[in-house]
Every structure is written in C-alpha cells, then in structure tokens.
Design a protein around this ligand. Structure first.
Ligand code: ADE
Length: 223
C-alpha cells in the first residue's frame, strides 16, 4: 500500500509514523507513506496556499490551484483508489471504513486547514470525506494520522500476532472483553479463575459473555 498525504503542516503529522507499529510497517516495506507540502506547489512569492473567502466571512480557505497541481502530479505517476479529504463534516470513521480502506493499493489524503478547502476541490477530486468525530480540530493532520493508524495496523504482516487485529474492539461489532496479565493476584485483586484454568473452551465462552456484557453496558447502540 502507498499513502500520499497532502498538508500545509507536514511537521504536524510525521511523528506518528516514526514510532512503534507504523514505523515497523514502513521499515518492513508493507506501506509507503509520503508527505507533500502544499506550499511546494505554489509559484507565488510568499508561497501562500490560502485566501479570503468570496462573499466575505472570517477564516481563510485553501486554494484550488496548489491542490490541483499536487493531486494531478501524483495521479500522473500511478492510479489512486481513493482521494480522501479529512473534514469534520465527512462520514465518521469506524472500523468498517478502516477495514475497507486497508484492502486498497494507493490512497491520497488531503488535510484541510483554516475554514477548509475551496468547494471545487471537493467536487472535482475527492472520492471520500472522512471525519474522526464530532468535534473540530485545527486541521486534518491529526485526523489523517488516526485514519492511517487504523488502516496500516490491518495490513497483513504489520501486527506480530496475525490474529490480534481480529479480536480488537469493534472488529466483531462488540467491545473487547477485559484482559489481564501477571501477577495473578495484586494487592488482593485477583484475575478471574477461568483465565487461569487452561480450559480454552470455557475461556472463549467467558470472553464472549464479557464482550457482550460490556457492550450492553457501555455501548448499547452497537447491539
Ligand atoms: N478537520 C477538522 N476537524 C476534523 C475532524 N473532526 N475530523 C477530520 N478532519 C478534521
């Protein structure tokens, strides 16, 4: 998989890719992530990428020309399955969207800023608009990092234990059951006996029940 991220603030988004699972995925060659500074696609003196909105009103809008140049250049090099725009008015990200996107080859992610992008960018280039939740971030970069994390950890070979993404919260529509590790007793707090029993049938049954109980209590809307 290849992900191209278009941003006015590359420094805001690069660090999540420099640690832990995402770093390892890149090092193993399972994903390529490229950052493109929108300012590199302007020929104006001050490399400005935004302007006032027509009709008046507060806030700057990202202009179409540098975005067009960047996307057109990328598309001249390879085909893209999706051109995603990160925006609070997009479809809210969920596990199903992450699963679907983890199956494609090439993705462009455009990070919005200020008041957003010229609507013509959305009309002409964007195939999916994604929000990471009903709140407003200063820009799309943190959202893009979240989106990339959800996708990349699903790529085959990224997680050490191949099955562990399958048992994640949400993967089967339920919250994950509680987990414990050593010691079996800590200051009078005990790990449930069933988990120490070695009876894998019983353990599986216990986990399913707990996942259901937890979902019913915390996220009944998922049931
Ligand atoms: N940009 C600003 N707010 C956002 C959000 N909630 N999700 C994705 N991109 C955004």
């Amino acid at each position: 998989m290849r992900i191209d991220i278009i941003t006015v603030l590359p420094e805001l988004i690069s660090s999540p890719f420099e640690a832990s699972i995402l770093k390892r995925a890149i090092e193993k060659g399972l994903v390529e992530v490229h950052f493109h500074n929108l300012r590199d696609y302007t020929d104006t003196k001050y490399r400005n990428v935004d302007d006032y909105q027509f009709g008046g009103g507060a806030g700057m809008v990202l202009m179409i020309e540098p975005i067009d140049k960047c996307i057109t250049e990328l598309k001249s090099q390879r085909d893209y399955d999706e051109v995603i725009y990160m925006t609070p008015d997009g479809t809210t990200l969920n596990q199903k969207i992450a699963n679907t996107l983890s199956l494609v080859e090439n993705i462009i992610i455009l990070c919005g800023h200020y008041k957003g992008v010229d609507q013509r960018v959305r009309d002409a280039f964007i195939t999916k608009e994604i929000s990471i939740g009903d709140y407003v971030l200063s820009g799309g970069e943190l959202g893009a990092a979240v989106l990339c994390d959800t996708i990349i950890r699903l790529l085959p070979g990224v997680l050490n234990d191949e099955t562990s993404a399958l048992t994640d919260t949400f993967q089967d529509g339920l919250l994950a059951p509680p987990v414990y590790t050593r010691p079996a007793e800590y200051k009078g707090m005990n790990v449930p006996n069933v988990l120490l029993s070695g009876n894998f049938g019983k353990i599986e049954e216990w986990r399913e029940n707990k996942a259901f109980e937890r979902t019913e209590k915390l996220r009944p809307d998922l049931l």
